[in-house]
Design a protein around this ligand. Structure first.
Ligand SMILES: NC(=O)c1ccc[n+]([C@@H]2O[C@H](COP(=O)([O-])OP(=O)(O)OC[C@H]3O[C@@H](n4cnc5c(N)ncnc54)[C@H](O)[C@@H]3O)[C@@H](O)[C@H]2O)c1
Ligand SMILES: O=C(O)C[C@H](O)C(=O)O
Length: 326
């Protein structure tokens, strides 16, 4: 049996937390031979609810669960941690854009970035889920200057999964037939889900649909899916968000399959002309616990314009939180 690793989940008493923790403890995220110690961080008023979550985790008798720690102190919550899922933040309500949460949530991530810098494993892998996820990931990264910026990522896997299902439904196939999906840019209404590089049974997805459906149906459906769920459920997505977080971390830790790739919000090195240092979603392959940006995706004028529009939004979000960037 491997030595246990420490996994910190923030906002652990919230709705995504409830859909996430039991799957991490079951081995779905890091494999069924990897014991985990769960470190659950939430704010003081949520500690009683968090205690209930701990009791339920204990009551599952998961063979891989080597311990559960609950805290409201970020310094304790991130001590020696190997993986962190930063979920704790306010969700948006009807009629809001995710960037409307910037003011409410940004301060959380500067505090947590500092705590990660001071206390976590130097090899920590961080996934930011709390919205606006890309810019919160940037704030976290910039407040942790002693840790490699490549260790900070933002979640666009939910958008990626949404896009895979939409093209599968349209083409009468299943997600098992869909590969090489890419979400470019921000986890927001400017994200660009790309069908020029995606494949269905090895064929270019764009050749299987008409351009009008792609532009007027597919792209807005994926961009607006979070809002559609808020409208229908009266609360933002939780189970599908938790599932995407598990998928993101699993791909990063255990690798992507064959020639396929996944979408991850990662530190831009200037690939595809995207401003260096933004946390931007690119097609990524993972191997040996590391990710690389796929370099040979085809970019036409249509894609280029969409990629730049979402880059521009990320630049504006970055500039709006300049005071928190360390
Ligand atoms: N990136 C994505 O694809 C994606 C998908 C779904 C939701 N989200 C976002 O995830 C976040 C959480 O959503 P939810 O539905 O679980 O919300 P929720 O309100 O149910 O839970 C949030 C939890 O975070 C806690 N929290 C608040 N401030 C904290 C802090 N400083 N430290 C630790 N914990 C803190 C709250 O007490 C609460 O328990 C929201 O910002 C939401 O918009 C992102
Ligand atoms: O849309 C939201 O605010 C929640 C989440 O980011 C989602 O995409 O479902």
């Amino acid at each position: 049996m491997k030595q246990p690793v420490r996994v910190t989940v923030t906002g652990a008493a919230g709705q995504i937390g409830y859909a996430l923790l039991f799957r991490i403890a079951s081995g779905a995220m890091l494999g069924d031979d990897q014991p985990v110690i769960l470190k659950l961080l939430d704010i003081t008023p949520a500690l009683e609810a968090l205690e209930g979550v701990r009791m339920e985790l204990e009551d599952c008798a998961f063979p891989l669960l080597a311990g559960v720690e609950c805290t409201d102190d970020p310094n304790t919550g991130f001590k020696d941690t190997d993986y962190a899922l930063l979920v704790g933040a306010r969700p948006r309500g009807p009629g809001m854009e995710r960037k409307d949460l910037l003011e409410a949530n940004a301060a959380i991530f500067s505090v947590q970035g500092k705590a990660i810098n001071d206390h976590a494993s130097r090899n920590i892998k961080v996934l930011v889920v709390g919205n606006p996820a890309n810019t919160n990931a940037l704030i976290t990264q910039r407040n942790a200057p002693d840790i490699d910026p490549r260790n900070f990522t933002a979640m666009t896997r939910l958008d990626h999964n949404r896009a895979m299902t939409q093209i599968a439904i349209k083409t009468g196939t299943t997600v098992n037939d869909v590969t090489n999906m890419t979400i470019w840019g921000n986890h927001s209404a400017t994200q660009y889900p790309d069908l020029f590089n995606a494949k269905v049974n090895g064929q270019a997805a764009i050749d299987l649909v008409d351009q009008a459906w792609f532009e007027e149906d597919f792209i807005p459906t994926v961009q607006q899916r979070g809002a559609a769920i808020i409208k229908a459920r009266g609360a933002s997505s939780a189970a599908s968000a938790a599932n995407a977080a598990i998928g993101h971390m699993r791909s990063w830790a255990l690798g992507t399959e064959g020639d396929d790739w996944v979408s991850m919000g990662v530190y831009s090195d200037g690939s595809y002309g995207i401003a260096e240092g933004l946390i931007y979603s690119f097609p990524c392959r993972c191997c040996n616990g590391d990710w690389v940006i796929v370099q040979d995706a085809d970019i036409n004028d249509f894609s280029r314009a969409k990629m730049q529009a979402t880059e521009q939004e990320l630049i504006e979000e970055r500039d709006a939180v300049a005071h928190l960037l360390g």
